[in-house]
Design a protein around this ligand. Sequence first.
Ligand code: PLP
Length: 384
Amino acid sequence: MFERYKEELQELKQNFCDRKLISLKKAGKYIFEENKKYLNLSSNDYLGIAEDRKILKNFFKIADFSMGSASSRLLTGSSYVYAKLECLLAALYRKEKALVFNSGYHANTGIMSSLLSPKDVVFCDKLNHASILDGIKLSGAKMFRYKHLDYEHLEELLQKNRNDYDTAIIVTESLFSMDGDIADLNRLIELKNKYRAIFVVDEAHAFGVYGNRGLGLAEEQNCIGDIDLIVGTFGKAIGSMGAFCTGHEILINYLINKCRPLIFSTAIPEINIAFSYYVITEVIPNLKQERKELIKTADRLKEKLTSLGLKTTGSSHIVPVILGENQTAVNVSKTLINNGYYLLPIRHPTVAANSARIRISLRADISYEEIASIPDLISKTINV
Ligand SMILES: Cc1ncc(COP(=O)(O)O)c(C=O)c1O
C-alpha cells in the first residue's frame, strides 16, 4: 500500500535530495551532536537571541504568562498580551493596525488566500517564499511570476495583464532568504501606484536586523508609509515564534474576519507573544553595534569567497555559495561539518534545480575570525 511513497523516497536518496530530522543540542552559537561541537551557521537566529540564556533569564524574571492559549484568537486565544504587541507594532510602523499570526507561514498563506479571489491577479517575484506561493494557490487568483528582482519584466507583465482583473497584488520578500539579495522597494512602490496594486512586503529575514530601529528594509529604504502590508516574523532575528502584518485598518479587519489560518488554529501561547514584545522593546534597541558588525562580517566573507572564484550572491548577512549539483553541495556540507561548521546543503525544491548551495547564515555573535577558513575549505573540496 505504501509502495509509491517508498519508491519516491528511494528516488530522492538517489538524487542526493532526501532529508532527515536531526537530534541536536544547542548552546548559544554552538550545536552539539553526538558530543561533537559545531558553530551554528544554519539557523535564522541572526542576532543570537533565541539561545541567549541571559536574555531568557531576564525575561523570565518578569514573565507570568500561560504556556497554552487553548483557543483560536477569535475565541479566547487572544488577550491583552496580544493587544499590547499589536499596538506596539502599529505604532512603530506608524500604521493603523497590526495583526499577530502563529507563524510566517500562517501569515503569508492567510493573507494571500484571503485578499485574493479567482477574479484577481498577483505579481510575484520568482523567488518568493513557498508560504506566499501556497497562499496564492489556495486563493485561485491568476499568478504572474516575474524574473527575480527584474522590475522591467514586472512592468511588462503589469502592462499586459493588470486591467484584465479586479484587485491586483504585487508581493515580494525584502531580503531573499536563499540568495541574500534585496528588493528595490521604492521601484516597486512606483509600479504599485502606476498600476493600482496592493503592495505586500515580507520582511521575514530583515525584521530585527535592518533599519535604524530594526524594523526592516522598508525602514532602511525609507518607504514604510508607501507599503500597504508589511509582514514580519518573530521566529528569526527576534528569537521567538510567530509573525505579524501591519497596514491599513480595513485590510487588517478583513483578515480578522476571513483569514482561515488565523481563525482555525489555536493561538500561540502568551509566553511567546510576551517574549516577542520584550525582545522588540528591551533587546533590539541595544544591538545597534552588533547589527553593524554582522553586515561587516558578511562583507568580509563575501570578499574572500569571491577572491577564490566561488559564486556568491546578495549583499546581506545571508551568504549563499552556489555550487550547482546536489552531490557537490552534500560533499561540501560534509567537509564543513567535519571541520566544525554546521552548514547543511540547500537543495531543490527549496532552491531551483542545479543551483544547490551552502547558505551561510551569519549571526552577530560569530566573528569573521571564527569563520575565516570556510572559503578555503569549500574551494579545496570542489577543486579536488
Ligand atoms: C521569506 C519568508 N517568509 C515566511 C517564512 C515563514 O516564517 P515562519 O518560519 O515563521 O513560518 C519564511 C521561513 O523561512 C521565509 O523565509
